[in-house]
Write a protein that binds this ligand. Structure first.
Ligand code: AMP
Ligand code: TRP
Length: 343
């Protein structure tokens, strides 16, 4: 059996995912979701709330349920169109988990051992991390490749996982002699803010799981909370630099100006042409205004959607059905390639 026996992978398919743990942040929005929205114009997109990935760390069931609906509402409020594209939660399509098992048998322990996110999340006590956390990147590869999707918009922190997904795809194609069955994945890491940092520490990623709520802006924060968090954001005593070279050794200044640029639709260079030389006090007011102007309509729409959770569930279920229709033939082909007996 050769690759030519199978139809070519769709050239126009986008896949991406977000974990339903806590609330979505400005980092998720600027690093990923905003790009997901833009890609809907030219691609056929699948966007997934990855609840199976969330389970790699213990989740209270009621909280997981809440966070899944809330992530879906946030995505719709940001502009994901569940009618023209596909929005669903991962566990609705068991094909992801099946393909992930096959990939557990393709990926090498050595490859997984190099994953920096595992090292960060497992922390010092690696022995107590779940096995799921270790093979997490294999499930992520399965999410994408169950649809043979070639384009994946993510923030900078997911680059290493996508390289691993490409290694898995290449090894599968090679070992089972099906050249081109799984496509090469192109990471789409787009925009000015591909790595938004914590407001409390400019060397750490802004994360929904950071214990300090002051470290991040949540898509659920109201205008007062946003303004307060920006006012209290860590800075240094110098005025803002005139050029980006002046950010050397000043991670907080770099992060806040990058946020300002991304929120006002400009490059960092253009943003510095406006605010370079200013003190943090004045600049933070402008940044807070830009953040509120951008996020307020999203938060309002999200809250409106959350008033009708049954409707969100229906949307996710319908998306899950559409997703299964696309992955079913791929999984059937994979079983055939592997030599599994199925009727
Ligand atoms: P997660 O919250 O880890 O499920 O991430 C969902 C998407 O948001 C992924 O594409 C991440 O790369 C992106 N993302 C998460 N945090 C940040 C951040 N601080 N800056 C930029 N992108 C981010
Ligand atoms: N691992 C990603 C994150 O934490 C989420 C994710 C799961 C994902 N499956 C994916 C992203 C497939 C892109 C494609 O951010």
């Amino acid at each position: 059996m050769t690759g030519s026996s199978y139809p070519p992978a769709p050239s126009n398919r986008v896949f991406s995912g977000v974990q339903p743990t806590g609330n979505l942040t400005l980092g998720n929005y600027l690093g990923a979701i905003r790009n997901w929205v833009a890609l809907q114009r030219d691609y056929d997109c699948l966007y997934c709330v990855v609840d199976l990935h969330a389970l790699t760390i213990f989740q209270e069931p009621a909280e997981l349920h809440r966070a899944t609906r809330q992530a879906a509402a946030a995505l719709i409020a940001c502009g994901i169109d569940p009618d023209r594209h596909i929005l669903f939660n991962q566990s609705l399509n068991p094909d992801h988990a099946e393909l992930a098992w096959y990939f557990n048998c393709v990926a090498r322990l050595g490859w997984l051992n190099r994953m920096t996110q595992f090292k960060e999340k497992a922390g010092k006590d690696r022995e107590r991390a779940s096995a799921g956390l270790f093979v997490y990147p294999n499930l992520m590869a399965a999410d994408i490749l169950a649809y043979r999707a070639g384009h994946v918009p993510v923030g900078d922190d997911q680059k290493q996982h996508l390289e691993l997904a490409n290694d898995i795809a290449a090894k599968f194609n090679h070992d089972w002699k099906v050249p081109d069955f799984f496509p090469e994945i192109e990471p789409l890491i787009l925009g000015e803010a591909t790595r938004v940092m914590s407001l409390r520490d400019g060397t750490k990623k802004m994360s929904k799981s950071d214990p300090s709520d002051m470290s991040r802006i949540n898509l659920t924060d109201d205008a007062d909370a946003i303004a307060q968090k920006i006012r209290k954001a860590k800075t240094d005593p110098e005025p803002l630099p005139e050029t980006a070279e002046g950010f050397e050794g000043r991670p907080e200044a770099r992060n806040l100006v990058t946020l300002y640029a991304a929120l006002s639709g400009r490059t960092v260079k253009d943003a510095l042409a406006e605010v370079g030389g200013a003190g943090f006090g004045d600049f933070k007011k402008k940044l807070a205004d830009a953040a509120v102007a951008h996020l307020e309509p999203i938060t309002t729409e999200m809250n409106r959607l959350l008033d009708d959770p049954a409707e969100i569930d229906r949307t996710l279920l319908a998306g899950g059905e559409k997703a299964r229709v696309l992955s079913a033939p791929v999984i059937a082909q994979v079983r055939e390639i592997l030599g599994l007996v199925h009727v």
